[in-house]
Design a protein around this ligand. Structure first.
Ligand SMILES: Nc1ncnc2c1ncn2[C@@H]1O[C@H](COP(=O)(O)OP(=O)(O)O)[C@@H](O)[C@H]1O
Ligand SMILES: [Mg+2]
Length: 616
């Protein structure tokens, strides 16, 4: 099952017949030694369009399978593998006869083994994987939960394997593999934790801290959250060089296996020709000694950071120096935090001056001095969370770029209140500023990214991906990662899978963000999800049982966080976000909300002006 469904008997491959017939076996394997009702198997084979005589057809499949699996027995004795039981069938197979079962058992048993045995067990069992779990049935609703469970189990097994090797003193040897794991799924904090620990133990403290910084960035960018307790305490320990971080046993003599990190998937940039052209022109100007500024503005996930990255790449290719900083909400309270990131210790004396103006003047002189040596690019990402003092400096600087070979490139998230309004107004009014507003991805761009990740996609499949993500590169990437993990082929038959897989993929993104908000906001978001198109201030207030004032301010927060669109009618920024929130409502609460809604609908159905049907 860890790949395409195949079977062997005494070492020889068994022909299991067509896709439907094999689905019967897959459906049985999924439930292990439980009786699988015939209805459920019919579901596995035909979905919601069973033929008229489904039971008969199912019996035929079962008997064909039996003949293939037990060719030597007589027809009446062929129940050694698939046995009839009550309303359905049950498998009689040894626990190690199915790779998925054996895999699960091995991962469990490794947990209780000595490290060197555990490494051996995990390595062997991970080799059982020949492809995505239940690869033949990737898009089938009945297989979703099991595929997700096995995929998660594999991720955990890979992490445990590297953790155990780390425990055995192989810090240097696992760094490359941990980098690859992190690249594969940067939202799993355990991977960052292991990478940091490995770097630290390999006597690369600076790189260890850098890894933590990257983790913080990714989590802030993609989920809008801070690292969890494990990463936070690790950071403190690294800074304190705590002896607790040392490997438990003295490092073994390293064997000289070279480190070969796995190749990364191509991560192409699409739909940004115009922006890239602007950035190139700006760089040309800079090389000719003319400074200027670029402001990239847009909602979370639209690709602002990516554009700054592209600028950095172009600059490096041209041999132009880049100084960058990135603001974070955590450091917003520290004066000149961003400035220090840009200039390091060189500004220490200057920022200590008493007078604000003297500081600004001093910083400007430092900038001008540096530019005299060589033109450079000054990049600041997420200006909306920059400390106020640094923003003031940036505003001061952009007014004085005439004759100064410095290109100031800033990215700011729209729709969030911040202290940078003066700076932004300054930039917008300045002739030398290029404003970039990266647009949602086009359908062609989406098609290219689908092809990168899953192979050439059918038109309807691409259209579904595009619609579900509303052109957000962040959501699309999240969606494609999940589809690739589950081996979903990008064909017409899997159009419906996009939504199911997609909503699960963005669930963590959305619900984590939501959980950081006050309880009222969560309740209101849930009420909007349940109400669907009929949602308005009053009905939401009624369902959420909060005052209209509270609901109005919660709706504001949701719009600013880009969960709801800003404006009327109330709606989510896209269907995946709505699905994710709806799916995250605890069962009890959902029942309650639906009941309140039905009561509302009944009492208002006599009144005119209530059109639209609620979503389930
Ligand atoms: N034009 C694009 N083509 C392909 N991928 C993109 C594009 N823009 C952004 N991405 C990817 O989408 C994700 C989110 O982009 P990011 O730049 O972090 O968004 P923002 O900084 O606006 O929140 C990143 O993984 C990025 O590489
Ligand atoms: Mg960003």
């Amino acid at each position: 099952m860890l790949g395409e469904l195949t079977a062997t008997r005494d070492g020889a491959v068994v022909d299991l017949g067509g896709r439907r017939q094999r689905a019967v076996l897959a459906g049985l394997i999924m439930l292990r030694d439980q009786v699988v009702p015939a209805d459920r198997l019919v579901d596995c084979v035909w979905g919601d369009q069973p033929p008229a005589d489904a039971t008969g057809a199912l019996q035929a499949y079962v008997s064909h399978l039996r003949r293939r699996l037990e060719p030597d027995a007589t027809a009446r004795q062929r129940d050694g593998v698939i046995a009839r039981a009550g309303p359905g069938y049950v498998l009689r197979l040894a626990p190690d006869a199915v790779d998925a079962w054996a895999f699960e058992a091995a991962v469990e048993s490794a947990a209780g083994q000595a490290p060197s045995d555990a490494v051996c067990t995990l390595e062997t069992t991970l080799r059982l994987w020949r492809g995505p779990a239940y690869a033949d049935y990737a898009g089938e609703p009945w297989a979703q939960a099991e595929i997700a469970r096995l995929t998660e189990l594999r991720a955990v097994a890979r992490e445990r394997l590297l953790a155990t090797r780390l425990e055995l003193g192989e810090a240097q040897l696992v760094i490359g593999e941990l980098e690859a794991l992190v690249a594969d799924d940067p939202l799993r904090e355990e991977r960052w934790r292991l990478l940091t620990l490995a770097l630290y133990r390999a006597h690369r403290q600076a790189a260890a801290l850098e890894a933590l910084r990257r983790a913080r960035q990714v989590l802030a960018d993609e989920l809008g959250v801070d690292p969890g307790p494990a990463l936070r305490s690790l950071e403190a320990e690294v800074l304190a060089q705590s002896p607790d971080l040392d490997a438990p046993s003295p490092a073994k003599a390293d064997n000289a296996t070279p480190l070969v990190p796995r190749p990364r998937k191509p991560d192409g940039l699409v739909d940004r020709e115009r922006e890239l052209a602007v950035l190139r022109t700006k760089l040309e100007d800079l090389k000719d000694g003319r400074g200027g500024s670029v402001l990239v503005e847009g909602p979370a996930g639209i690709g602002k950071t990516r554009l700054l990255d592209e600028l950095r790449k172009l600059a490096v290719a041209d041999g132009v120096l880049v100084r960058s900083a990135r603001s974070s909400a955590l450091e917003q309270g520290f004066d000149y935090g961003v400035v220090r990131q840009l200039f390091d210790a060189a500004v220490d004396d200057v920022v200590r001056r008493d007078e604000r103006f003297a500081v600004l003047r001093g910083l400007y002189e430092i900038t001008a001095d540096l530019a005299k040596d060589a033109p450079f690019v000054l990049c600041v990402d997420d200006v909306q969370s920059s400390d106020e003092a640094s923003v003031q400096f940036l505003a001061y600087l952009v007014r004085r770029l005439d004759g100064l070979p410095v290109l100031v490139a800033l990215a700011v998230r729209s729709g969030e209140p911040h202290d940078a309004d003066d700076l932004l107004a300054e930039l917008a009014g300045n002739e030398s500023t290029s404003m970039l507003h990266p647009a949602p991805l086009t359908e062609q761009g989406t098609a290219a990214l689908v092809a990168d990740r899953l192979g050439r996609g059918a038109e309807a499949f691409v259209a579904a991906c595009h619609r579900m993500t509303s052109g957000s590169p962040l959501l699309l990437r999240q969606l494609l990662r999940a589809l690739a993990d589950q081996g979903v082929p990008p064909d017409v038959a899997h159009v419906d899978t996009v939504r199911a897989v997609g909503s699960r993929a963005v669930t963590s993104l959305v619900t984590l963000r939501l959980r950081r908000m006050p309880a009222t906001v969560t309740t209101v978001a849930r009420a909007v999800a349940v109400l669907g198109p009929v949602a308005d201030l009053m009905s939401v207030a009624d369902l959420a049982q909060h005052s209209e004032e509270d609901v109005a301010s919660a709706l504001d927060v949701l719009a600013r966080s880009e969960i709801l669109v800003d404006g009327h009618p109330l709606d989510f920024v896209n269907p995946l976000v709505r699905d994710a929130i709806h799916a995250d409502i605890p069962t009890g609460e959902r029942a309650l909300l639906h009941e309140r809604m039905n009561r509302r609908l009944k009492s208002s159905s006599s009144r005119p002006g209530h059109a639209g049907t609620p979503r389930s």
